[in-house]
Each structure stands twice: as C-alpha cells, then as structure tokens.
Write a protein that binds this ligand. Structure first.
Ligand code: SAM
Length: 341
C-alpha cells in the first residue's frame, strides 16, 4: 500500500515538474549549451567556460548545467561537463537527427500557446490571438508565413521531425511498382528526399504553398537527388500534380473532416486506377487513450484533430482508397497506405 502510494506520488511529481524539465531543455538548446560543449577540444568544459561560451552568468549557468545532468541531457565528471549520447544524437544543431528546429518551435510557439491552455479549454479554440496578438483564419499563411523568421522557424521544426522520422515512413511499404510520387504539403522536401533515397525508381514532386517553395534552396541537402522536384500551389484550390503515390505526411491532422474530404476528393480525381495514398501521422489508439504525445499535441490545434488509423482508413475509403495497410513504425510518425481499385 505505502509502496503503491509512493509510486503514484513520484508519478505526480514527474507530471508537476514536467514543464520545468521541458523549459530546461528548450533553454539549454537555445543558448547552444550542447554545441558549446561539443566545440571544446576534449568535449568537456567547466561551468565557467560554458558560461562564457553561452554569454550567461556563472550562477545561472551552474544551475542550468546541474539541472541538465539530473535530466540525462549532460554528464559530469568532477568539474567537467560533457554531452550525453542522447544529446549528441539529437541536440547538436548540425547533427543529421538534430531536433533543435522542433525544440525552438516548441519554445517560441507551442509554449506561449500552452500558457493559455485554460482559456483554450473553456473556449474550445486555439489561443494564437491571445499569445501572439494576431487573428489567424488561415494558420499557415496568416500565422506562420507572414513573417520571414517565423516561417523559417516553422520550416526548421518540420524539417527536423521529417529527418528523424522520414526514413521509417519512406520504407514502411513496398513502393517498387510505382514510378512517381507527389508529397503534398512537403514543406522543406526532407520527406521527399527520404522517399527518393529509399526507392531508386521513384521520382518525387514536392508540392507546397509558394511561400514555402521559395525557401527550398535553404534546405537542399548537399547530395540532393535530382529525382526530387518542387511545385508551388494550394492543394485546396490548384490542380494537383499527377502521380502514382500521393504522400500526406502530417497534413490531415491540421484539418477538419470537411476539409479532409475536399482534399481527398481532389486526390481521387487526379488518380488513375492503381494509384495510392500514403498518410503519415501519429495514430491514436483505437480507444483514444493514447499515445499522450498525440493527445497533448491536439490541445494546441486549430481546426484539425488527431485520429486513429481506422478513422484515417474510413476517410480514405469514402474516396475509393481501400485495402489499407497500416504500419506502426515506433518512430514519431506511423503510416497507412490505401490503393484505388
Ligand atoms: N509534410 C511535411 C512533414 O511531414 O514534414 C510538413 C507538414 S506541416 C505540418 C504542413 C504543411 O502543409 C506545411 O508545409 C504547409 O505549408 C503545407 N500546407 C498548408 N496548407 C497548404 C495548402 N493549402 N496547399 C499546399 N500546402 C499547404
């Protein structure tokens, strides 16, 4: 009984302190603590040197470094601090699996939204206007893309998640019989390049709003594959490029069922028999009891919603996309593939 209470208490404490841990991660990332440690000759530094490197007070830096050690973000031997394997993988700004972009998005955009969670719950709305003083009917064009640095930050966030999850999504299904794919709302092209890499016979057209396409050079990989091309347009209004496979990665969760139907019916019209749609999202458990990653994300959504694999499958089926294959990747995004008859 007492053991049980203690276990519950420690879970409670973890939940109560969760926001502090997140903010420590965001702040250490923003101040480039992990990059500064990496750039030292030995990979180790004392608190004074880190403080100098991040241009911060010694007292504050010491507290931050100690908190990072307790969270497994840093390790300390004597007075020397160093990155852990986890931070080397995910927290260096130029690492291939860097989550820096997404972490800064959480810090600058999601955090302010969550400070208004109570109102968001009372009103059933996203708190973008309260947090940033701006109305946004169209989340992307009004809120994200109207200022250059906000657009770049959003794109870096999408880029980092796509880099971490892209390979698992791209290899989730056998696509060897298809020649062309179109990544609708493909953002920086990171996912499109992963598909091209995973499928040597596939050419991929990356389709997104003009504001996004104009930035594609910024995210072009060094070894960019020329089977990836870029087309600007609005997937609700403009004609969609012809393709055998339509990829919708983290697109449908942003929209109401009504808008999803508009988009899927446009894809169905553009499709020839045998074409398929690959949807990649966090799939909620069928009983909507998890994963909490998906359910927590839903709290700051505008008109979208999180769905289970069978909900996606039903939406797709109503536009003639059947024989769903579902893949739980155990990465950040799962995937479902449906084919037209
Ligand atoms: N698919 C990418 C990925 O998984 O990394 C990005 C997902 S992001 C959440 C949504 C993308 O949809 C953004 O790149 C956004 O610009 C694009 N988008 C939003 N509305 C659009 C529209 N009407 N037409 C084309 N693209 C749109």
């Amino acid at each position: 009984e007492t053991e049980d209470i203690k276990e519950k208490l420690s879970k409670m404490i973890e939940l109560m302190d969760g926001f502090k841990a997140s903010k420590v991660l965001f702040t250490a990332s923003k101040l480039r603590v992990f990059d500064v440690l990496r750039s030292s000759k030995t990979g180790e530094l004392q608190a004074e040197d880190v403080a100098q490197g991040i241009k911060a007070s010694l007292k504050g830096t010491e507290r931050l470094l100690e908190a990072c050690v307790s969270l497994g973000l840093l390790q300390r031997t004597g007075k020397e601090y160093a990155n852990t394997a986890m931070s080397r993988h995910f927290l260096l700004s130029d690492g291939p699996l860097s989550l820096q972009g997404y972490i800064q998005h959480c810090n600058e955009l999601v955090w302010p939204l969550f400070t208004h969670l109570e109102t968001a719950v009372r009103e059933g709305t996203n708190q973008h206007e309260k947090a940033f003083g701006k109305t946004s009917d169209n989340l992307f064009q009004d809120a994200y893309y109207s200022r250059h640095e906000v657009k770049l930050r959003f794109m870096k966030a999408m880029h980092s998640i796509a880099k971490v999850s892209g390979r698992d999504v791209a290899t989730a299904f056998d696509l060897s019989k298809y020649k062309t794919a179109c990544d609708l709302g493909g953002c920086t092209g990171a996912m499109a390049y992963e598909f091209a890499k995973a499928h040597p016979g596939l050419s991929v057209t990356m389709f997104d709003l003009p504001e996004v396409i104009e930035m594609s050079g910024h995210f072009r990989p060094h070894d960019a594959d020329d089977r990836v091309s870029f087309v600007a347009g609005d997937f609700f209004k403009d004609e969609l490029p012809k393709a055998d496979v339509y990829i919708l990665a983290r697109i449908l969760h942003d929209w109401s069922d009504e808008k999803v139907h508009i988009l899927l019916s446009k894809i169905a019209k553009a499709c020839n028999p045998g074409c398929c749609v690959l949807v990649s999202e966090i799939f909620l458990d069928e009983d909507r009891k998890g994963p909490s990653r998906g359910l927590l994300q839903a709290l700051s959504m505008t008109e979208g919603r999180q769905r289970s694999a069978s909900e996606y499958s039903l939406l797709l089926k109503s536009h003639g996309f059947t024989s769903a294959q579902i893949k739980h990747t155990h990465n950040l995004l799962d995937a479902i593939l449906c084919v037209t008859e």
